[in-house]
Design a binder for this molecule. Structure first.
Ligand SMILES: [Zn+2]
Length: 380
């Protein structure tokens, strides 16, 4: 499949074994099968779970979180920094980096075995340049790479910065419900709504580098103002912001970036409140037309609903029933509609694992020399 020779494969395996990234094991099934046959039992190769780690930062007004996962993508440790100063890009970055630094220290994970830092945030980003292009949600302009630089000052590791919908899509593709699905769309619905599109196993970024602006799809007019200045964006009806307005929880009409924590907390409370379920369902029904358009344009095999609102039972059911009632949705002939299996907290370290471990960006030399160093130390 990879197109290299057996000799090259043997050399690569030897190097990965030497660096402690993979290990050999005897498959018990093959030993059993071989009893009746000639030949040696097969030696299997597997990833060393604790051979490499990845760390992540979830920049969110809901639950800011820093986390560590192992090479299998399982979360090993996490913590929640409080009172992140979202009004300043550099101060926010410093707060997250400091919390992550302390988490790495207290977890006992060897920093030499960490592949890199994944950052998932509600912003359009340029991962190649490591820049925040713009965040409507946090009210940040282009940061010229400042967020990543601040992190590297405290934790000297490669950083991958990605929009939250894209990070979730990557995580679902590599480790979650979209494994082996080449074409799918992930919709992240919380305070606002956005989408990550995967086509032929690749994230679609578009010509401008910014795709998936589902929140600015035209929808019904509301007595509210979107961050873009319009009154008819999907962000005003199918989202947490629209829901809070319908519940009478807002004393203002225009989206206000200084009230992100208020929106987040009030939405989480609303999702716990049985009396709000009709309005939650109403918001879900407003998302259905956009999903129908996405499905007709892209023909995905799967559409994943993610985020605190998107994965809510009541919201999800309303999306599905509206699609069935008004758009002849038939999962047998069209797409599968599923809930996301990866949380935004997990998406950040999984992004780092995807970018720096299961990728041609794996810094093999660094881990080989780390393995050598610990070998020397063990032999006195
Ligand atoms: Zn808008």
């Amino acid at each position: 499949m990879c197109g290299f020779s057996e000799m090259a494969a043997t050399r690569i395996v030897r190097e990965l074994l030497g660096a402690g990234i993979i290990e050999e094991f005897i498959d018990p099934d093959s030993t059993e099968a071989k009893k009746n046959n000639v030949g040696r039992p097969k030696t299997g190769l597997r990833i060393v779970k604790n051979g490499l780690f990845a760390v992540g930062i979830t920049v969110s007004a809901y639950h800011s979180e820093v986390s560590i996962c192992d090479a299998d993508g399982r979360l090993c440790a996490s913590s929640r920094p409080e009172n992140v100063p979202f009004q300043s890009v550099s101060e926010a970055a410093q707060t997250y980096a400091q919390a992550l630094f302390e988490l790495i220290e207290s977890s006992g994970v060897d920093v030499d075995r960490i592949v890199g830092v994944g950052v998932a945030m509600s912003a359009s980003t340029d991962p190649e340049r490591g820049e925040i292009v713009e965040s409507e949600y946090f009210g940040w302009a282009n940061d010229a790479g400042q967020f990543c630089r601040e992190i590297k000052k405290i934790i000297d590791l490669p950083v991958e910065l990605e929009n939250i919908s894209n990070a979730l899509a990557i995580a679902e593709m590599r480790f979650g419900t979209a494994r082996n699905v080449a074409n799918f769309t992930l919709i992240h619905a919380a305070t606002f709504v956005g989408a990550g599109v995967v086509s032929e196993n690749r994230l679609v970024r578009g010509n401008s580098g910014i795709s998936g602006l589902l929140g600015h799809f035209r929808a019904e007019e509301r007595p509210l103002t979107c961050i873009c200045g319009r009154h008819d964006c999907l962000n005003l009806s199918a989202t947490g912001f629209g829901l809070l307005s319908r519940m009478g929880k807002l004393d203002h009409r225009a989206f206000d970036t200084s009230k992100l924590s208020f929106y987040a907390k009030t939405l989480l409370d609303a999702l716990e409140d049985a009396e709000a379920s009709d309005l939650v369902a109403e918001a879900g029904s407003k998302l259905a037309p956009a999903l129908d358009s996405v499905a007709k344009l892209l023909g995905p095999k799967m559409i994943i609903l993610s985020g605190y609102l998107g994965s809510n039972e009541c919201y999800f059911d309303a999306v599905r029933s509206t699609l069935a009632d008004q758009f002849d949705f038939d999962p047998q002939r069209s797409f599968q509609l599923v809930k996301g299996t990866v949380s935004s907290v997990e998406a950040a370290p999984l992004l780092a694992l995807h970018s720096f471990c299961y990728s041609d960006r794996l810094d093999y030399d660094r881990f080989a020399s780390a393995a050598e160093k610990s070998e020397e130390a063990a032999h006195g």
